[in-house]
Design a protein around this ligand. Structure first.
Ligand SMILES: *Cc1c(COP(=O)(O)O)cnc(C)c1O
Length: 397
C-alpha cells in the first residue's frame, strides 16, 4: 500500500513548484525567434521584472542558472586583481566568493558561521580599514538558502554611506526574490542577481542581473569584458540582443511570461504577505513539535528568518528518515540539509530544509505539515503536540 499517489509537492528550496499556467505556456512547438510574438514577449518581460525587483534601472537576462548570474555580475564590475568584501552567512555566500576567486578577484571573506546573519559592525570595520578603496563591491546574500538566514541588505547600504566607501552593493536574491521583501532602488542596491527557478516559478535556465546606473558607469570603465557576460547589449532594449545575439531561450520566455502574469495579478505586497503568513504557519508548527522533541529552526530569531526557505535541525539520522518517509509515503519531497555538515557524514542526517517559495498556498503548507506529523508518528520520532492547530491558527488569523 502506498499513500503517495496523487499530486506531489516538491518542497525543496528550488527548483520550486511550477504553476499549471507556466507548464501550459511552455507546452508548444518551437516559435520563430526572429519576429512576431516571441520577440514582443521577450521585451515585455523587462518592465515586469523591474516591478518584481522594485527598480526603475536595468536588467540583463542570461541563459544560465544562478551561478551564471553570479559570474555575470562580477564580470561586469570587478577586474581581476581587484577585491570584493564577502560577509558570508552560509554556503551560498562562500559560493559567490569562490566564483570571484575563479575570476582572479581577491576576496575578503568575513565568515558569520551557519546560524547567524551578517553583523553590520564587522562589515563597517572592514570598510573603514580599507582607506585605499581596494574593495570594489560588497557581496551580500539576501537569503542564504543553506542556513535560511535573512540578511539586512539595507543596513549594508547605510554602512557604506556612513563610511563614505564607494564600493558597489551587490545582493544575491536568487532565493528571496518574489518571497521576501526586497526593494532594489529604495535600499540602494547596485547589482542584484536572481534566477528563474525559485520565487519566479519557472524552470532553471534564466539568470537575471539587475544593475544601477552607478554599476553601469563602473562597467563602462572596465575593459575588456567577456563578450558573453557583457550586460550592455543584453540590457539595451532597442535591439534584439537581449540574449547576446544568440538563440533566445524560447520556452523559458513563455514560461516566465506566464509566471510574471500571475505575479502582476497578485501584486508584490500581496505576494510578500502570503509568503510571510505561510512561513509563520510553518514556524508555529516547528515550535510546537520542538516542545517535545529535538526539532529546531536553524535560525532562532524569527525576525532573522527567510520567508522562502526554512532550514531545520533534527537529531541525526532522523532528518533523513523523515525526508525519506514523507517522499515515499506522502508525496512530499523535503529539502536536504546543505552546507551544514560533511555530505554523507552521520551528522549530515540531522538537517533538512523546507522550501516554501513561489507557487504555494495554505492547503499545500497544511498538507506538507500534516505529512511531517504523520512521518513523526510512523517513525516514532519524539515531537510535541498541537503543531497542526498552531499552524492552522496562524493561517486563520
Ligand atoms: C539557488 C541559489 C544559488 C544558486 O543558483 P543555481 O541556479 O543553482 O546556480 C545561489 N544563491 C542562492 C541564495 C540560491 O538560493
Amino acid at each position: 500500500m502506498t499513500r503517495s499517489h496523487g499530486r506531489e509537492y516538491l518542497a525543496i528550496p528550488g527548483p520550486s513548484v511550477m504553476p499549471d499556467a507556466v507548464l501550459r505556456a511552455m507546452h508548444r512547438a518551437a516559435p520563430n525567434i526572429y519576429a512576431g510574438e516571441l520577440v514582443e514577449m521577450a521585451y515585455s518581460l523587462v518592465p515586469d521584472l523591474r516591478r518584481v525587483a522594485r527598480t526603475s534601472q536595468h536588467v540583463a537576462v542570461y541563459i544560465g542558472n544562478g551561478h551564471a548570474a553570479w559570474e555575470a555580475a562580477l564580470a561586469n564590475t570587478v577586474a581581476p586583481g581587484e577585491a570584493v568584501l564577502v560577509p558570508a552567512t552560509g554556503r551560498f555566500g562562500h559560493g559567490w566568493a569562490d566564483q570571484a576567486q575563479g575570476l582572479g578577484i581577491a576576496t575578503d571573506i568575513i565568515d558569520f558561521g551557519k546560524s547567524a546573519p551578517l553583523d553590520l559592525n564587522r562589515v563597517e570595520d572592514a570598510l573603514r580599514a580599507d582607506t585605499a578603496h581596494r574593495i570594489k563591491a560588497v557581496l551580500v546574500t539576501h537569503v542564504d538558502t543553506s542556513t535560511s538566514v535573512l540578511n539586512d541588505v539595507q543596513g549594508v547600504r547605510a554602512v557604506l554611506d556612513a563610511v563614505g566607501h564607494p564600493a558597489l552593493l551587490m545582493a544575491d536574491c536568487i532565493a528571496s526574490l518574489g518571497c521576501d521583501r526586497f526593494e532594489m532602488d529604495d535600499w540602494g542596491v547596485d547589482v542584484m542577481v536572481a534566477a528563474s527557478q525559485k520565487g519566479l516559478m519557472t524552470p532553471p535556465g534564466l539568470g537575471l542581473v539587475f544593475f544601477s546606473d552607478k554599476a553601469a558607469a563602473v562597467r563602462a570603465r572596465l575593459s575588456p569584458v567577456s563578450r558573453y557576460w557583457d550586460w550592455v547589449p543584453r540590457a539595451n532594449p532597442t535591439q534584439f540582443h537581449m540574449f547576446s545575439g544568440g538563440t533566445a531561450p524560447t520556452h523559458h520566455i513563455y514560461g516566465l511570461r506566464a509566471a510574471l502574469d500571475l505575479m502582476m495579478d497578485e501584486g508584490m505586497e500581496a505576494i510578500w504577505a502570503r509568503h510571510d503568513r505561510l512561513a509563520r504557519a510553518i514556524w508555529a508548527a516547528v515550535a510546537a513539535w520542538g516542545q517535545g522533541g529535538s526539532l529546531r529552526c536553524n535560525i532562532e530569531d524569527p525576525a532573522l528568518r527567510s520567508r522562502a526557505v526554512t532550514a531545520l535541525r533534527l537529531d541525526a539520522p532522523d532528518a533523513t528518515r523523515l525526508r525519506d518517509w514523507t517522499e515515499s509515503e506522502a508525496g512530499v519531497t523535503l529539502g536536504i540539509g546543505l552546507g551544514m555538515a560533511e555530505p554523507g557524514s552521520p551528522e549530515s542526517h540531522g538537517f533538512f530544509r523546507i522550501g516554501h517559495m513561489g507557487h504555494l498556498n495554505a492547503q499545500m503548507v497544511m498538507g506538507m505539515l500534516g505529512s511531517i506529523e504523520a512521518g513523526f508518528v510512523a517513525l516514532d520520532i519524539d515531537h510535541g503536540a498541537g503543531a497542526l492547530s498552531a499552524a492552522a491558527r496562524v493561517i486563520a488569523a
